[in-house]
Design a protein around this ligand. Structure first.
Ligand code: HSE
Length: 296
């Protein structure tokens, strides 16, 4: 069976709404082979759809059909370590796994760039898809059906504290909370910071991330949907994070931390259960993944 490994991803980085994302060392693994009919199981007991509505299966089938390749069915085994519907790219990971698996089983008729375009079309935006496929820190634009992206490896200096709450937030709900129109001032606020965040990653100047990840386009509308979100921002800032932002559409709150700051995680783990407002959050210590999705 093929083994496909896809990293978690954290999109937006505050100001870079639908444009910036990075890959993290938390992985979904999928084993896939051609079979007669639909055979899907979880290796870890996770509650996943085991019929043809399964996102990996449906995405793989779609690629077979798009390529005009006969489709008999698939046997799929899924190990889901990326928390679902939490803003850590679990749906992108499923789309990427389905496309990479199907493409490899068909003898790789589709180029990696075209797979990325298709994945972004299915997801609606490229900011999780591109880092899930490529790894690292990725700046992307989705223009007329094509993803234009630049990937930069993230160096050894950074760690990421993902504060994951025990409830889900659908991306569709978090997008519906956003206004249709924004002011010129708010647009300038974000585009200047998204540009600065990109330059900061390219230059390795992480002292800029505090100001570069501030946002005026989405976080203030989404925080009311995240129980304890304001308090989580405050705690992470008080503990000395370089930057704090809502990961993707939320509800995970992400703190960027110097990698040698073990104290940050120890103090966060101690503080969460002691706070009524924050005890439903769990902190994951993650590192950057610079490899992206792989197929073996
Ligand atoms: N950029 C997207 C959003 C990421 O913020 O809605 C969620 O998948």
């Amino acid at each position: 069976m093929l083994k496909i490994t896809v990293p978690a991803s954290s999109a937006n980085l505050g100001a870079g709404f639908d444009a910036l994302g990075l890959a993290l060392t938390l992985y979904n693994r999928v084993w896939m082979e051609e079979a007669d009919g639909c055979h899907i199981a979880a290796t870890d007991g996770a509650a996943i759809p085991t019929d043809e509505t399964n996102m990996i299966y449906a995405t793989a089938r779609r690629l077979y059909e798009r390529c005009g390749h006969p489709f008999r069915g698939l046997r799929i085994l899924q190990e889901s370590n990326i928390p679902m519907t939490r803003g850590l790219g679990s749906s992108s990971a499923c789309l990427v796994a389905g496309l990479l698996g199907a493409n490899t089983l068909m003898g790789s008729p589709v180029s990696p760039a075209d797979l990325c375009d298709l994945a972004a079309e299915l997801e609606g935006h490229p900011d999780n898809i591109a880092p899930a496929m490529l790894g690292g820190f990725v700046t992307s634009v989705y223009d007329e059906g094509q993803v234009y992206s630049v990937k930069k490896n993230i160096d050894e200096q950074l760690a990421f504290a993902a504060f994951v709450p025990d409830f889900r937030l659908l991306t569709s709900k978090a997008r519906a909370a956003l206004p249709d129109m924004v002011s010129h001032k708010d647009a300038v606020y974000n585009l200047s910071r998204a540009a600065l965040a990109t330059a900061a990653f390219c230059d390795g100047d992480y002292s800029l991330l505090g100001v570069a990840t501030k946002d005026s386009l989405h976080q203030k509308y989404r925080l009311p949907l995240i129980d304890g979100g304001d308090e989580m921002f405050e705690l992470a800032q008080d503990l000395g994070a370089l930057a704090v932002y809502i990961s993707g559409a939320g509800p995970t709150i992400m703190a960027v931390v110097p990698r040698d700051d073990q104290e940050f995680f120890a103090r966060a783990q101690e503080a969460l259960p002691q706070s009524e407002k924050l005890k439903h959050f769990t902190v994951y210590r993650l590192l950057p993944d610079n490899t992206g999705a792989t197929v073996e």
